[in-house]
Design a binder for this molecule. Structure first.
Ligand SMILES: [Zn+2]
Ligand SMILES: [Zn+2]
Length: 214
């Protein structure tokens, strides 16, 4: 199992202010050499290998006609995320208050006002590529870090390795997230009640659904 993406990477998960803007090709005006210039290709949410993702926490739903969410990015900046898909069911996609939203190749529409943060627009037909994660920003970043740590083949609680020493240790994965491993029912129960896995299990499952190779 390869590790999940590194949520602390500001290149892969930029804040709103560092979303790359599409570059517009420059046209040289020369009548003798008039060539057709392709319009800039904008990154799409549907791209199978997105260059980056906007990860933000949903603060509230502000839908009037177009589905619109007010979100907070990793720098604590609030912005609107609008979908040009009036039929999109935000709740069914896990896009509700307190959860995180993941927008592949998010497109920032810069503010016309000086100092404005701009907003993010998801074009028609791209809403289905925007996913929700069942936890806030802090919880998602922590779950991602713990998923990377869980790569090592040890019991998540007592650190016992498989087939160590005389005793046959068999590690079993949590069936909820399929990420963390335990040597025994005791270790699993302890992690669920005291270790905080109760809260992070569904977040880890959600991360694996978005990044299935994780
Ligand atoms: Zn154990
Ligand atoms: Zn789990």
């Amino acid at each position: 199992m390869p590790p999940p993406p590194d949520f602390t990477s500001t290149t892969l998960f930029p804040s709103l202010s560092s979303i790359p803007l599409p570059s517009i090709p420059t046209v040289s005006i020369d009548a003798s050499d008039l060539t057709f210039v392709e319009p800039p290709t904008l990154p799409k949410a549907s791209d199978p290998n997105p260059a980056y993702y906007l990860l933000a926490e949903v603060k509230h739903n502000m839908t009037i006609t177009k589905p619109t969410l007010i979100c907070k990015d990793r720098d604590g900046v609030e912005f609107a995320l609008t979908f040009n898909d009036e039929q999109l069911d935000l709740k069914a996609r896990g896009l509700k208050k307190g959860n995180c939203v993941v927008v592949p190749n998010a497109r920032l529409i810069p503010s016309e006002k000086e100092g404005g943060s701009g907003y993010v627009q998801v074009f028609k037909g791209e809403g289905e590529f925007v996913r929700g994660l069942p936890g806030g920003l802090e919880g998602v970043v922590r779950a991602g870090r713990r998923m990377r740590e869980a790569q090592e083949g040890r019991c998540w609680v007592c650190a016992k390795r498989e087939a160590e020493g005389e005793e046959q240790v068999r590690l079993r994965r949590c069936t909820g997230c399929g990420v963390v491993r335990y040597c025994s029912k005791e270790c699993q129960t302890r992690d669920w009640s005291e270790g905080g896995h109760r809260g992070e299990c569904k977040v880890m499952k959600g991360i694996r659904e978005i990044w299935p190779d994780a």
